[in-house]
Design a protein around this ligand. Structure first.
Ligand code: NAD
Ligand code: WQD
Length: 341
């Protein structure tokens, strides 16, 4: 049975990916420092999948702690989710992001190399395209960073490209996620931001459940069908499945390759509000305010490369995304701190 190390596996996307890995018969070892997650997520992963995983609480910047994990296990590959992801915080505290995301990745890659583990799937982001000149976005579009968080993704992508050029044993799949939303349909795991959410979907969910009073819609004068920003929302279960496809791909095509994981469909902020109100039966009060600095009008993927090369495409639509987000939020109004549903 192939064994996979999942860094950041207790987090939102990592926990959903663990379910898919266990379901496909992989052995899973999770390392996470729990800086933005709750170990309860991993208990629920085991409950949902009916299988056990191993969890080691550690910070990937600790080479000694990682070394012990690599000595104890023979990994086929690493899926590297561990990282900080709040764009605004990265602008205020860039060094925190460089240290956690860039230095942390460097320590991980160094330990991998020493143990001859050369297969990695990396959580990159559509943020590496900056403010794209046109949509849909293809992988060949120019890359840039609009903020320190985005720069960390770009630097780690470059580190992996440099490693691939230095030694052909390195094989990396760089997955550029668009806007992950939704939750596992059972409602036991989902997104549980520790602070007031920065992202649209958890914000809407918390308004619907009564934790937040109303949504500020950032800009009503974009050149889009209703004036609000358009994004490519992708169900987290589809995204998780993309990682399984990437693992299989590592064995087929050598080198360091990037793929967009998106649906190719763009929805506006008001489309999302209307869809969420419809599935939840709740009012989502909102007011239109100024644009948020750094936001683009439209961002959605051309996902055709992932389809042709990975054999992967998103299957779940807006209904499933909003229904499953609401199912998780309504069953766990306070996130993992709520009484177990
Ligand atoms: P998350 O915060 O829920 O998960 C990240 C996990 O990494 C958390 O459990 C956190 O505790 C852990 N972690 C952070 N720093 C660590 C460290 N130094 N050592 C060990 N563990 C550490 O975030 P997520 O939404 O699941 O995102 C996973 C990855 O995907 C991140 O790298 C993120 O940048 C990337 N990504 C996320 C989105 C998104 O919108 N959610 C979009 C594009 C890319
Ligand atoms: C979506 C739309 C907002 C909140 C971010 C990161 C990106 C990636 C995904 C990690 C936009 C609008 C939002 C609110 C609003 N993450 N909005 N009111 O900005 O597309 O991408 O998450 O890699 O790097 O930048 O996602 O969910 O913040 O915003 O009107 O309270 O919702 O303006 O149009 P974004 P988002």
């Amino acid at each position: 049975m192939k064994k996979v190390l999942v860094t950041g596996g207790a987090g939102y996307i990592g926990s959903h990916t663990c379910i898919e890995l266990l379901g496909q018969g992989y052995e899973v070892v999770v390392v996470d420092n729990l800086s933005n997650s709750d170990p309860e997520a991993l208990h629920r992963v085991e409950q949902i999948s009916g299988k056990k995983l191993q969890f080691v609480e550690l910070d990937i910047r600790s080479a000694d702690a990682l070394e012990q994990v690599f000595q104890a296990h023979d990994f086929f590959a690493v899926i590297h989710f561990a990282g900080l992801k709040a764009v605004g915080e990265s602008v205020a505290q860039p060094l925190k992001y460089f240290d956690n995301n860039i230095h942390g990745s460097q320590v991980l890659l160094d330990v991998m190399q020493r143990h001859h583990v050369f297969n990695i799937v990396f959580s990159s982001s559509a943020t590496v395209y900056g403010d794209p000149e046109s949509v849909p976005i293809q992988e060949s579009f120019p890359l840039t960073a609009l903020n320190p968080y985005g720069r960390t993704k770009l630097v780690v992508e470059d580190m992996l490209r440099d490693l691939g050029a230095s030694d052909s044993r390195w094989q990396a799949v760089l997955l550029r996620y668009f806007n992950p939303v939704g939750a596992h349909p059972c409602g036991l795991i989902g997104e549980d931001p520790s602070d007031i959410p920065n992202n649209l979907m958890p914000y809407i969910s918390q308004v619907a459940v009564g934790r937040l009073a109303s949504l500020s819609v950032f800009g009503g004068d974009y050149p889009t069908h209703d004036g609000t920003g358009v994004r490519d929302y992708i169900h987290v279960v589809d995204l998780a499945k993309g990682h399984l496809a990437a693992l299989e791909h590592l064995q087929l095509e050598p080198g360091v390759v990037a793929y967009n994981l998106g649906t190719g469909n763009g929805y506006s902020v008001l489309d999302m509000v209307a869809a969420f109100a419809a599935v939840s039966g709740r009012d989502i009060p909102y007011q239109i305010v100024d644009r948020r600095a750094g936001d683009s009008a439209e961002c959605y993927a051309d996902p055709s490369l992932a389809k042709s090369k990975l054999g992967w495409e998103a299957e779940l639509g807006l209904d499933a995304m909003t229904r499953d987000s609401w199912n998780w939020q309504s069953k766990n109004p306070g996130g993992y701190a709520s009484p177990k549903p």
